[in-house]
Design a protein around this ligand. Structure first.
Ligand SMILES: Cc1ncc(COP(=O)(O)O)c(C=O)c1O
Length: 410
């Protein structure tokens, strides 16, 4: 499609965009439990206004935009303090979880090459449940990925991971929590393995980093999963997930500046002068940094605790409801993700029936199950979900088949 010769007025374009959006999932109604975090209109307003205030500014230029540098430093400092980082720990804002993971892997690889003399093809050992972002980064950097089956409890099998690691292992990984089951891997045991074998342990807290600390404050049974565990070298924690910040914002965090030093890119090998960037991006959207800073300060600890309480209340309510319908919860989820399977009926068909009623949620494949990533707003629609789920189960029992979901694009 060629670019139109003449421009179109904004009002018409806006109308067309709104019409196009009308065919998207109705996430504001609470019927979407993947891709979007619905913390309510108050947070959405702060995200939007803060984003637009700094939308044209560029985090690539801290001398030009000291405001953004200060906001990034403060966001990172808040993240580090929530995640029990020791004095001297550091981090940066990236564009998202995949970006944070990629940068942590690059850093661990360069560290291993320089500090441990690792040569040849490096490898990363991770549980089967870890996010594909690690595979994506590995493909770009020619790193071998060694996925190790999870145990019967669906958690990382630390012993098996130890066996899979060798002298070319640049990183071992634990998730807090993993996406498919919403479960926190045994990070303390992984930390002990990392220390005993001098391995770099990365905790992928993309989902959990900005909810788990508050669930713990609310009295939730959250095991140590962050820098509190001595063997943890780096973490990824997404602001645009349970930090309820605008999309395009995550944090990548390191135990020390000595580790982070291997992430920084610094060159003067071109005629444009010296260029130093902490992360993969050149231009860094000021809006995402500003919105993260604003949302964190808007909510504060009290606000996050209240929003996350709604998430865990919704999860508990849904847990009880799905169990009553004969589903089996996978593991013991503590945060906002939950997955459940059914021994007698086809969960994929149930998913299809729910889709017909306007629900857009996720799936697990091993075992086949239904998956929800819950937001505060879901507390208001948990009863409707359970009623629709009961209907969908009856439909499937009666032989109905629903829409099919082929693949995830996330
Ligand atoms: C555990 C985990 N890690 C990493 C990611 C990747 O994050 P992003 O989609 O922001 O790149 C996700 C995304 O859902 C995730 O669930």
């Amino acid at each position: 499609m060629p670019m139109p010769e003449k421009g179109t007025d904004w009002e018409s374009l806006k109308r067309e965009m709104q019409e196009r959006g009308a065919h998207d999932v109705k996430w504001r109604d609470g019927k979407t439990a993947v891709y979007v975090f619905n913390a309510g209109p108050d947070v959405e307003r702060v995200q939007k206004e803060a984003y637009t205030l700094f939308m044209s500014e560029n985090g690539l230029g801290p001398m030009a935009f000291p405001s953004l540098k200060k906001m990034e430093d403060e966001v990172v400092a808040m993240g580090l303090s929530l995640l029990h980082a020791p004095d001297g720990a550091v981090g940066n804002i990236t564009s998202g979880g995949t970006d944070s993971i990629t940068m942590a892997m690059k850093t661990a690889r360069d560290f291993a090459r320089k500090e441990k003399g690792v040569t040849g093809t490096p490898n990363v050992v991770l549980p089967y449940s870890a996010h594909p972002a690690f595979d994506k980064a590995a493909k770009m950097m020619e790193i071998e990925i060694r996925r190790v089956p999870v145990g019967a409890d669906l958690l990382a099998d630390v012993e098996a991971m130890g066996k899979a690691a060798d002298e070319r292992t640049i990183m071992i990984v634990g998730s807090a929590p993993c996406f498919p089951y919403g479960l926190i891997d045994p990070i303390e045991k992984l930390g002990a393995l990392a220390q005993a074998r001098e391995l770099w342990l990365h905790v992928d807290a993309c989902v959990g980093g900005y909810i788990a600390p508050f669930v713990r404050m609310n009295g939730g049974d959250v095991p140590p999963f962050d820098f509190e565990v001595p063997g943890v070298s780096s973490m990824s924690a997404d602001l645009h997930k349970y930090g309820y910040c605008a999309k395009g914002a995550s944090t990548v965090l390191f135990r020390s500046e000595a580790l982070r030093a291997y992430m920084i890119f610094d060159t003067d090998s071109w005629p444009g002068g010296r260029m130093v960037t902490p992360t993969l991006a050149g231009t860094r959207p000021g809006g995402a940094i500003a919105a993260a800073w604003a949302v964190m300060n808007f909510l504060g600890v009290e606000g996050y605790r209240a929003k996350h309480k709604q998430v865990t209340d919704a999860r508990e309510k849904i847990e009880a409801g799905v169990k009553a319908l004969g589903f089996r919860i996978l593991g013991k989820p503590q945060l906002g993700l939950i997955a459940y399977t059914h021994d007698e009926i086809d969960c994929m068909a149930v998913w299809g029936k729910l889709f017909e009623r306007g629900w857009f949620t996720s799936l697990t494949t091993q075992p086949k199950g239904l998956h929800l990533m819950l937001s505060p707003f879901h507390l208001q629609v948990a009863d409707t979900y359970l009623a629709d789920l009961a209907w969908a189960v009856e439909q499937v029992k009666a032989g109905a088949s629903g829409a099919k979901r082929e693949a995830r694009y996330s």
